[in-house]
Design a protein around this ligand. Structure first.
Ligand code: AVI
Length: 333
């Protein structure tokens, strides 16, 4: 484990190596349906584009969840009790947690994110703005098991997983991830999670095909990242962004569609594309509340509180662990 000492926060750096990125990309591009994990969207430019997407008029998710958190911060704090460690999965800019910090007054905030630069900046800003808070950022791919630091305390652990990032995992992977989160939390732990609800597909279509083209740029930026970091020669002008709602799976699928027959090199390997063939880059699952409660139950979570918006676009839920749920069996997820 490498630790960077820098004021005002110490970043624990468990970031995946470039070799992991390379091997995942080469495997993904070798599949019959070419695919890349959405976790690779978030280089510096990808983080900036995602923040801009969050402010788009069509992308209702962020503002709706932020409204819910703002309106119910007091109720959330009351339901959590004190004192707690707040562990945020996929903290990004840490915008949402700011809506809770004054009400919840956690003792420690542990933001987890794969994008190290943005994580360090946003954790430093939190440490500056909330001087009473212990801030311990960890740069990590939280979808994989990792060694969680021993903070040598007996604070109740609450996982905060906003933004419907859980929707970027297929249901079986989501259940596995929630199981590992449960093992990190311990029996008295809690999970405060935000997820996107099923709705009119036209609303979803607009959210992932915005008029300004930011989602397209975000999707295509993955190819630019591969070119830069993995010696790729993708021509971005030869791929189109595509996002559609796949009703049977209740998910938005994002793809990059080849405009022409072409061959592309990545790290010395050549990948053939037929015109119209796609790389599947992201799924974004939309849940009914009962369905999500069923998924969380597979990981031993039972619902305690539910907060939503008047239009029922988005849902924030607090879960506790039932007695059969995983205890803090291993200090790792
Ligand atoms: C991070 N995640 C929840 C976003 C989503 O809506 O699935 C990523 C995103 N993809 C396109 N727009 C936003």
């Amino acid at each position: 484990m490498m630790v960077h000492d820098a004021m005002p926060v110490r970043l624990i750096d468990l970031a995946p190596a470039v070799a992991d990125f390379r091997s995942e990309v080469l495997v993904g591009l070798s599949r019959p349906q070419k695919s890349l994990s959405p976790k690779f969207f978030y280089d510096g430019e990808g983080c900036r584009l995602f923040e801009a997407i969050c402010d788009l008029p069509e992308y209702y998710l962020t503002r709706t969840e932020m409204d819910i958190l703002t309106r119910h911060a007091g109720d959330i704090a009351a339901a959590l009790g004190a004192p707690v460690t707040l562990i945020e999965l996929g903290s990004g800019s840490s915008r949402k947690v700011r809506l809770l910090l004054d009400a919840v007054r956690p003792c420690r905030y542990v933001p987890l994110d794969i994008a190290g630069e943005q994580l360090f900046e946003s954790a430093s800003a939190i440490a500056r703005d909330y001087p009473w808070l212990d801030v311990s950022p960890i740069c990590v791919d939280y979808s994989q098991p990792f060694e969680f630091p021993d903070f040598a305390d007996d604070l109740r652990r609450i996982a905060f997983f906003p933004g419907s990032s859980i929707g970027n995992f297929a249901p079986d992977e989501a259940a596995t991830l929630l199981r590992t989160v449960a093992s990190l939390l311990g029996r008295d732990g809690g999970l405060l999670i935000g997820y996107d609800l099923k709705k009119d597909p036209a609303v979803l279509h607009r959210a992932y095909n915005d008029a300004a083209g930011l989602t397209a740029a975000f999707n295509l930026n993955l190819l630019r990242r591969i070119n830069r970091e993995l010696e790729g020669d993708f021509d971005l002008g030869r791929f189109d962004h595509s996002a559609h709602f796949a009703a049977a799976d209740s998910r938005i699928e994002m793809h990059l569609v080849s405009r022409v027959d072409q061959a592309v090199g990545v790290s010395g390997q050549v990948f053939e594309f037929a015109a119209g063939e796609s790389i599947h880059t992201e799924n974004s699952y939309k849940y009914g509340m009962d369905q999500f409660i069923g998924l969380a139950a597979e990981a031993g979570f039972r619902p305690l509180e539910t907060w939503t918006d008047p239009g029922r676009l988005f849902c924030v839920q607090l879960f506790g662990l039932d007695s059969a749920g995983a205890g803090r069996v291993a200090d790792a997820i």
